[in-house]
Ligand binder design. Structure first.
Ligand code: HEC
Ligand code: HEC
Ligand code: HEC
Length: 346
């Protein structure tokens, strides 16, 4: 994978042959050491070539703390077991893999943003490196890239707070390799797992990194969790937690978050604040206001508020409220619908 990778790639290729039983093809390939090496050497170039086509979204800011935080909790449960993390060692079992997953702190600097995006979205063939669980959420993959960019300078304490914090005591998040044990404890307690990202109160831990789930209708929350778990709603961040627990536990979590008060809405921060009045912004806000309150009858667009009421006043137990959600979240979901890629409860 890395420049000079054949030495690590070669055993991976052999193992692949053994597993995939492409005997004829592989035996020939194995006999021809040079052919394998050239295949292996091509791989970093392949990433570079393929990723040249990746579109970087306009206005993407990989230093945005909300973007980094959005992906931190996922890193802890879906990447750190293989790659380690600040304060988290790699296990001997993982180091015995061929190729072994490298620690990423030393590696990310070798890649351009687009290359990292490509690797995280598609995974790496013939190795344990998995693809993102849905191919419909480039916004999530970019958040993971933002996290990877922040990783080399991250202290164990900062990592523990970002990825495991939110309602956990200091003793659970202490740096120095205890995070893996802490994670077992967290997963044993489903609410603490959700709280790593959403906060116990469902308000999203104050940076606008997560949607607010406090006070959403219980039926909507439960149906949405099932939809994530069954792959009917697309999210690489939410699929794993929604799949970890039984429907009964998800039901209890839905009840918990539905009963949380909404009043202390997340403080304005990156992602929640409307951008400063740009030229045309006033007109845009006025049009948005009209759409929300009156709709555009001439174009048969109903008012958003005919379905989306205020928190606590759902017109239907399956309709979420939207007021106070971070701007990125609303925008991302409207775009997903436009592309036909959001999925959901129906
Ligand atoms: C099951 C183990 C496993 C998991 C889980 C995993 N990876 Fe990997 N990853 C690997 C392996 C193995 C490689 C090296 C592949 C190679 O060298 O051919 C790798 C390589 C990488 C690389 C390229 C590093 C380099 O060599 O320059 C990046 C970046 C990366 N992984 C990010 C992630 C992220 C982000 C996640 C979580 C979303 C993740 N990985 C989850 C096993 C894993
Ligand atoms: C690793 C971080 C993380 C964890 C852990 C996590 N979530 Fe989420 N959650 C997110 C993100 C990010 C989104 C936004 C997904 C999207 O854009 O579709 C989200 C979305 C949701 C939504 C949809 C909100 C809406 O308005 O439609 C619900 C409900 C939810 N999470 C509940 C939970 C529950 C319950 C748990 C615990 C079992 C949990 N989450 C664990 C990150 C997380
Ligand atoms: C006919 C009823 C209806 C109307 C009108 C409507 N919506 Fe929705 N909207 C829904 C339902 C139902 C959902 C939940 C879908 C699901 O189960 O995932 C939803 C979800 C959403 C979400 C995602 C919320 C979340 O927490 O994930 C956004 C954003 C949204 N609507 C925006 C709008 C906007 C903007 C308008 C007006 C232009 C609008 N909606 C008009 C019924 C409606």
């Amino acid at each position: 994978m890395t420049p000079g990778g054949p030495a690590r790639c070669l055993p991976a290729f052999r193992r692949f042959c053994a597993v995939a039983r492409w005997e004829k093809h592989c035996c020939r390939a194995e006999a021809d050491q040079k052919a394998i090496e050239s295949k292996c050497q091509l791989r970093p170039n392949a990433v570079r070539t393929q990723s040249a086509l990746v579109d970087t979204p306009a206005g993407l800011d990989l230093d945005d703390p909300a973007l980094i935080q959005r992906a931190a909790g996922h890193f802890a449960t879906s990447c750190a077991a293989c790659h380690g993390a600040p304060g988290v060692r790699q296990s001997p079992v993982v180091l015995g893999m061929t190729p072994a997953p490298p620690r990423l702190e030393d590696k990310v600097g070798h890649w351009e943003d687009k290359g990292l995006f490509w690797i995280v979205k598609h995974g790496i063939k013939y190795s344990g490196m998995p693809a993102w669980s849905t191919q419909a959420r480039d916004d999530e993959v970019w958040a993971q890239v933002a996290f990877l960019r922040a990783l080399p300078g991250m202290t164990p304490q900062a990592y523990a707070d970002l990825a495991l914090g939110g309602g956990l005591g200091d003793d659970h998040t202490k740096a120095g390799g205890q995070t893996t044990a802490a994670l077992n404890g967290i997963v044993a307690n489903a609410l603490a797992d959700c709280a790593r990202c959403h906060g116990q109160d469902g308000l999203g831990r104050g940076q606008g990194a997560f949607p607010i789930i406090a006070g959403q209708p219980e039926a909507y929350l439960y149906a949405t969790l099932r939809a994530f778990g069954l792959g009917m709603r697309q999210s690489g961040f939410m699929a794993p937690p929604a799949s970890r627990y039984s429907p009964e536990v998800l039901g209890e979590l839905a009840r918990h978050f539905a009963s949380q008060p909404v009043q202390k809405a997340a403080p304005a921060g990156p992602g929640t604040e409307p951008p400063a009045a740009a030229p045309g912004r006033k007109d845009l806000l006025a049009l948005g206001g009209r759409l929300a309150l009156e709709g555009l009858p001439a174009r048969k667009i109903p008012a958003c508020q005919s379905c989306h009421g205020q928190a606590g006043q759902a017109k239907n137990p399956f309709y979420p409220y939207l007021a106070g959600q971070p701007e990125w979240y609303l925008a991302a979901h409207l775009k997903l619908w436009k592309l036909g890629q959001r999925g959901g409860t129906v």
